[in-house]
Design a protein around this ligand. Structure first.
Ligand SMILES: [Zn+2]
Length: 223
């Protein structure tokens, strides 16, 4: 089964995309990981991406598509969950064409939607989290309603700080642009009968279970 996952930005370590890939028992292809691999290995695609990002831009449709094509041609996965791509209709059309060439069309698209009240809670929880200055994967996310953690990492004792990406204004801006930016691509998939929309409320596992149930209700070859 081949699924595209469209989810709001700024999740915590474990995203619903990871849980959903596990529930579907398919590999998760995260566009962010693909581009980071190219940058790290200094491939031609990585160098092009680096040049654009150094200049403060985002990789263009054609470059993003080339990165996805490179991965799908090389790995030829029979099933996958694709995260953070496509983000617009041009990229979606190119992905359709590529998957058609490979004989592996999409089976469904999951759109995770944060309801208004949940969005506010989510912004607060992201803005309240802190990471360890020593080992950045030591995360500290206070329980709902309690203030941001102060002082030291309870794993290794190093100081805590707030990542710039987690500042409230940054988080709010990212959520705002996400909705506006992904509306056309989700409409495109809805018109093709591929889209299921699921409320992103609860733990990543609960959200994944809800998405799986919605995909099953939609029919097709899911599960
Ligand atoms: Zn630590």
């Amino acid at each position: 089964m081949r699924i595209v996952n469209v989810q709001p930005p700024a999740w915590w370590w474990e995203t619903p995309g990871e849980s959903l890939a596990r529930a579907l028992d398919v590999p998760r292809i995260n566009f962010g990981d693909l581009i980071r691999d190219h940058l790290r290995q200094g491939t031609e695609l990585g160098l092009r991406a680096d040049e654009i990002m150094e200049a403060g831009g985002a990789p263009l449709d054609e470059l993003r598509t080339a990165i996805v094509r490179d991965h799908l041609r090389r790995e030829a996965p029979a099933a996958f969950l694709l995260d953070h791509h496509p983000v617009n209709v041009v990229q979606a059309l190119a992905l359709d064409e590529l998957l058609h060439e490979l004989g592996t069309p999409l089976d469904g698209v999951v759109r995770l939607r944060l309801p208004e009240h949940e969005l506010e809670r989510h912004v607060r929880s992201v803005a309240d989290r802190r990471v360890c200055r020593g080992i950045p994967t030591h995360g500290h996310e206070p329980a709902a309603g309690t203030p941001a953690a102060e002082g030291a990492c309870d794993v290794c004792g190093a100081g805590l700080h707030q990542r710039r990406d987690d500042e409230e204004s940054t988080v709010r801006a990212r959520f705002g642009t996400h909705e506006a930016r992904t509306a056309p691509v989700t409409r495109y998939y809805a018109e093709r009968g591929l889209l299921v929309t699921v409320d992103a409320v609860g733990t990543p596992d609960e959200i994944a279970a809800r998405a799986l149930a919605a995909l099953r209700r939609r029919g097709g070859r899911v599960g």
